[in-house]
Write a protein that binds this ligand. Structure first.
Ligand SMILES: [Zn+2]
Ligand SMILES: [Zn+2]
Length: 304
């Protein structure tokens, strides 16, 4: 399995002199399993991936690929209209993703970016054959020896973690997500306090966090949401749907993950800050945990 990161930012593309090293594009990951190409997310990083596919793959025959969308927030789908293969006759594209609102399917949510109001080309004018599939929490045999297991995460809309097994190796994504927590008041002085609800809330948050640990247990490479530092998260980002770096690292250590790529960098985070954070976390882990840690860089490639 080969992995290449084409976009590692969260929220909005942020090109500029402060984001040269880690890149400014939003989420997009390329996976290659021998001849099979699978893409995770269609953030702004998918534009350059599409151009690379046209340059390198088209000469071998029509493009046939699948895109697994983690969720439909804009930073994860905004690159779709700029994915060149959709304009090439013969392209076969299957798009999978979770959908919260039953009255609007994935085809509308993603495809409506291609309406004259926003873009000069309509979805119905595209040359590719595109089919959309709602994705739930399940395990699927994708053929070619690839198994995919998905897991609902904790985000303001339905969002999935994707885990690919191939030839004994496991690659997994876990973004956008934050730790599950008890949403009921736990202070008996609080007028809304309900002892039963407080206890139930604690139990259910603990169980959901344990399920996440089970999902990532022993993964070879894990791409984990780490948009905030613990300090930022505690100060003002609770409930925004993203994890802190410290929480992500701790979860990976507990679940015996082999390598974590911290991902979905905040658009405000500069190269210099990421380099300093990366080195300080690496030093903290040295000698205490076998976990390998890197901050995800646009263009980075890995092989399993
Ligand atoms: Zn996002
Ligand atoms: Zn999101």
């Amino acid at each position: 399995m080969k992995i290449k990161l084409w976009g590692v930012r969260g929220s909005i593309p942020c090109p500029g002199p402060d984001t040269v090293e880690f890149g400014g594009n939003t989420a997009c990951i390329e996976l290659r399993f021998d001849d099979r190409l699978i893409i995770i997310d269609a953030g702004s990083g998918i534009r350059a991936l599409g151009d690379s596919i046209v340059r390198n793959d088209l000469k071998k025959g029509p493009i046939n690929t699948e895109i697994f969308i983690t969720h439909t927030h804009w930073d994860h789908i905004m690159g779709f209209p700029f994915f060149t293969p959709i304009y090439i006759p013969g392209t076969q594209l299957k798009i999978y993703g979770p959908v919260t609102y039953e009255d609007e399917g994935l085809d509308r949510i993603i495809g409506n970016q291609l309406t004259y109001r926003y873009f000069p080309v309509k979805h119905s004018e595209l040359s590719a054959t595109i089919t959309y599939y709602p994705q739930k929490e399940n395990t699927m045999d994708l053929g070619d020896g690839i198994t995919l297991t998905t897991k609902y995460l904790n985000h303001p809309i339905l969002c999935l973690g994707y885990k690919f097994h191939h030839k004994g190796k496991v690659f997994c994504t876990l973004y956008d997500t934050e730790p599950f927590r008890n949403v009921f008041p736990t202070d008996p002085e609080d007028p809304n306090y309900d002892a039963l609800a407080a206890k139930e809330g604690e139990r259910s948050a603990r169980e959901e966090n344990e399920k996440i640990l089970e999902f990532i247990e022993g993964v070879d490479i894990l791409v984990y949401d780490a948009q905030y530092t613990h300090k930022e998260y505690e100060a003002s980002k609770l409930g925004w749907g993203h994890s802190s770096m410290e929480f992500a690292i701790n979860a990976c250590h507990k679940a015996r993950v082999k390598k974590v790529l911290l991902f979905h960098h905040d658009p405000l985070r500069t190269d210099q800050q990421l380099i300093e954070l990366e080195s300080s976390f690496q030093q903290r882990l040295a000698g205490k945990s076998p976990l390998q840690l890197q901050f995800a860089r646009e263009g980075a490639e890995f092989e399993l």
